[in-house]
Design a protein around this ligand. Structure first.
Ligand SMILES: NC(=O)c1ccc[n+]([C@@H]2O[C@H](COP(=O)([O-])OP(=O)(O)OC[C@H]3O[C@@H](n4cnc5c(N)ncnc54)[C@H](O)[C@@H]3O)[C@@H](O)[C@H]2O)c1
Length: 369
């Protein structure tokens, strides 16, 4: 019998909890054996909460643990590149949370480091594993909708839970970077990973100008080589809990999938209850409590796939290249908003400190054309 893939998690808060819980849901393939997080007490508390045997305050120490085969990076965006490179050098396979990193140079360096070390770089885009969306793609691939000309994805909530997301120096951008990266990857995957011709984006800071330099509303339009269009709506201004949905249109049909509210229990309660859905501020009145939240997103299925890739049983459907495609579209979208025009791909300006600079300093975008 082949042993379980042994995982070390970097980070101990929101996404780390999601990954640890998801790994436990697929115990036949993998297990978390260590966690690393710098804030005193956090790694230990996390280890206790999830029954993980070892904890570290420095992730580099965890990387020298010979038992660990795969690292799951759930730290802020600005740390993804260095952590991936360090993990690759230590001979560990890497699962990196979205967005892959901050700059295109970082994406290249991460891909190179993993290739040189002979380890896998897997990009954690769970929408490729969300059961409802997988079903939509299976029907599309069967031809159920004929020739698809439009794929829409929207992700909207009331704004991130941690301060670093709001600081563009740590995140690299706003709602587009944080939520739009899902929709960009989704449309690209849904339409068969074909070449992207151009990107157009409309960005604004509608509600949170006092809190962030980042965009809190984003609409991104992606033109694909075969003429199909992807449309991605990203918002940090939707109270009432997380919303994630898709629409697919072809000349022979269409489908709609609302991942959370579409699976939820329409509920009315005058007194409230413990938990409804991610980022719902209240459970009183009408709410849409979800069940099997991680499963509906596809997180356990994603981690199972990655563990099977480490064992050579499957080939990653989301890898460093996927993350780099998304990163290039993010650059193009910010540049498009800066210049007020479509940006043709390839678009790979060098020396940009963070994607949002291409919106805030249009001269950088102009110089890159
Ligand atoms: N796939 C998804 O849907 C999804 C959802 C949420 C977050 N994410 C991504 O996961 C990453 C983390 O987001 P989060 O929501 O968990 O943020 P968070 O603020 O809740 O947690 C960040 C964690 O990183 C740790 N950290 C900071 N510096 C570190 C260091 N030097 N070494 C080790 N750990 C360090 C913090 O201690 C904390 O535990 C982000 O890139 C985010 O975009 C993905």
């Amino acid at each position: 019998m082949v042993s379980k893939v042994r995982i070390g998690i970097v980070g101990s808060r929101f996404q780390a909890d999601c990954i640890a819980t998801s790994v436990k849901a697929m115990p036949e393939e993998m297990e978390v054996v260590a966690v690393a997080s710098p804030t005193k007490g956090n790694a230990e508390a996390f280890a206790q909460r999830h029954a993980i045997p070892r904890f570290y305050s420095d992730y580099r120490e965890m990387l020298s643990d010979p038992e660990i085969e795969m690292i799951s990076i759930t730290a802020p965006n600005r740390l993804h590149a260095q952590m991936t490179i360090d993990a690759a050098r230590a001979g560990k396979h890497v699962v990196c949370e979205k967005p892959l990193c901050v700059t295109l140079e970082e994406a290249d360096a991460m891909i190179d480091a993993c290739a040189k070390a002979g380890v896998l770089l897997m990009y954690a885009e769970e929408l490729f594993f969300a059961p409802k969306y997988v079903k939509a793609k299976q029907m599309a691939d069967e031809g159920a909708f004929g020739r698809i000309h439009l794929v829409k994805q929207g992700e909207k909530h009331s704004g991130p839970h941690s301060e670093w997301f709001w600081d563009v120096n740590q995140s690299g951008g706003g709602a587009l970077m944080d939520l739009g990266c899902h929709g960009i990857a989704f449309c690209w995957w849904f339409l068969g990973k074909q070449k992207i011709k151009s990107v157009y984006a409309q960005l604004s800071t509608q509600v949170n100008a006092a809190r962030t330099q980042g965009d809190d509303e984003a609409i991104t339009i992606i033109e694909f080589e075969n003429g199909a269009v992807g449309m991605v709506e990203s918002s940090w201004n939707r109270p009432g809990g997380m919303d994630d949905s898709i629409e697919v249109f072809g000349d022979k049909g269409q489908t709609y999938a609302d991942m959370l509210m579409g699976n939820a229990l329409p509920t009315y309660s005058e007194v409230g209850f413990g938990y409804a859905v991610e980022k719902a501020a209240s459970t009183k009145g009408w709410t849409y409590p979800v069940f099997e939240e991680h499963w509906n997103y596809g997180f356990p299925q994603e981690m199972r796939h990655f563990a099977r890739c480490v064992r050579g049983k499957e080939t990653p459907i989301s890898d460093g290249e996927t993350g780099r495609v998304v990163q290039e579209v993010l650059y193009a979208a910010y540049a498009s908003a800066g210049l007020g025009r479509k940006i043709a791909l390839p678009f790979r300006p060098r020396g940009i400190a963070k994607p949002i600079d291409l919106w805030k300093k249009p001269e950088l975008a102009r110089a890159a054309l």
